[in-house]
Ligand binder design. Sequence first.
Ligand SMILES: C[S@@+](CC[C@H](N)C(=O)[O-])C[C@H]1O[C@@H](n2cnc3c(N)ncnc32)[C@H](O)[C@@H]1O
Length: 448
Amino acid sequence: MQLNKNDVFIVDIIDMNIDGFGIAKINGFPIFIENTITNEVCEIKMIKVTKKYGIGKLLRIISESKNRVAIHDPKGTWVGTMPLQHLNYETQLLLKQQFVAQTLKKVGGLNINVASTLPCDALVGYRNKAQIPVRMIDNVLTTGFYRKNSHTLIPIEDFIIQDKYIDFVVLKVRDILRKYHILAYDEITHSGVIREIIVRRSAKLKQVQVVLVALIQSFPHQQVIIDEICQIEEVVSVVLNINSKITNVILGDENIILYRDDYIFDELFDLKFKISSRSFYQVNHFQTEKLYALAYQLANLQSSDIVLDAYCGIGTIGLPIAKKVKHVYGIEVVADAITMANENIKLNNIHNATYICGLAEDVISQFKNINFDVLFVDPARKGLDEKFIKKSVLMQPKKIVYISCNPTTFARDLKMYHELGYCADIVYPVDMFPQTAHVECVALLERK
Ligand SMILES: C[S@@+](CC[C@H](N)C(=O)[O-])C[C@H]1O[C@@H](n2cnc3c(N)ncnc32)[C@H](O)[C@@H]1O
């Protein structure tokens, strides 16, 4: 049977993917339908048909899943900030666990046990950082998010998953910019002023940093705008980032500090951390403490241990355990983050930590004469470099604790470690981002 755009069908949803789409089949031909759930019966309209699959739009639910819950805001589904919001939390956790197991098998050919997903206490309001695009809509500077797979900005004021105070600050900044008739960036004509508003708020110490990403270095009423932003309660840092390129990359290379300094402070466990705008810092503060606690438990640290914290950012994995082990080494490619890590050593009165700036896959060679007991790796989404994996195995650490934010590259890297003799028996998924498709994984690898 030939399927065509605009055809209407009644279908059984037989499965779901991690992006919150239910899957139906018509004569074996797969159709993906947003906002549907396994075992539902739905009326759908075809909105796209390709050779391999179709996309359907939900018209009506005929038989509803018991796992469906009322959504927070349909815009969260359209823009992809909350693709799982129609699922109850138990089902979100199960979906993430199944996705990790399937990915380990499909990508890595690995049949590893996957534990139940570690839940997050806060299901909304957990993000401590917002990166909000700014565009003109009907001649008014507007903040929101892009409709999935498009450059169309949908105005959003309450992001639900962000700290409510961050939403408040974004709107305050938006209103100040509106008051002075500042133009938002126009990507078609590559003109205008403000591209993004970035707000980070430390969860424990309640300090706020505002970064304005602008096309140009100065704009009308700049000083009075900054003065008004500084009046917003908790704001302790305002930075102007210049991004004059035609690009989807958010940050440009140049930062101009407009108010006080380019950092804020937060506390993680019982340590204080200095965080600059260019440094990575986990966005779900309280779940991060659970994630790291699990990683430390797997490492079973001893006072004689020498530890390597690769991809260390500002030192948030290594420094909390420094006083419990013999020495911590860290590697990180972002120079600014290493500056913060070195300051964080001093801030916490730590005397047995050494941080080196560079690519982990290169810098690790400098350590070939050190007998590491535990190696923590926490790479970005692209996972580990092959060279890093090979070099780390040659160093023969007793344990490798791998923390990953991308199950696909995690499965690829685990496969390589398994082939080189370092194996994991169990993988622990951790939910750092309720309502979203993201899942963090932690595993202990030991020589077998
Ligand atoms: C997921 S973050 C983890 C940071 C830190 N462990 C934490 O939990 O806050 C990954 C870090 O790896 C850094 N990075 C990316 N590629 C790298 C590389 N090839 N070598 C060293 N660091 C790298 C990034 O700048 C980022 O700080």
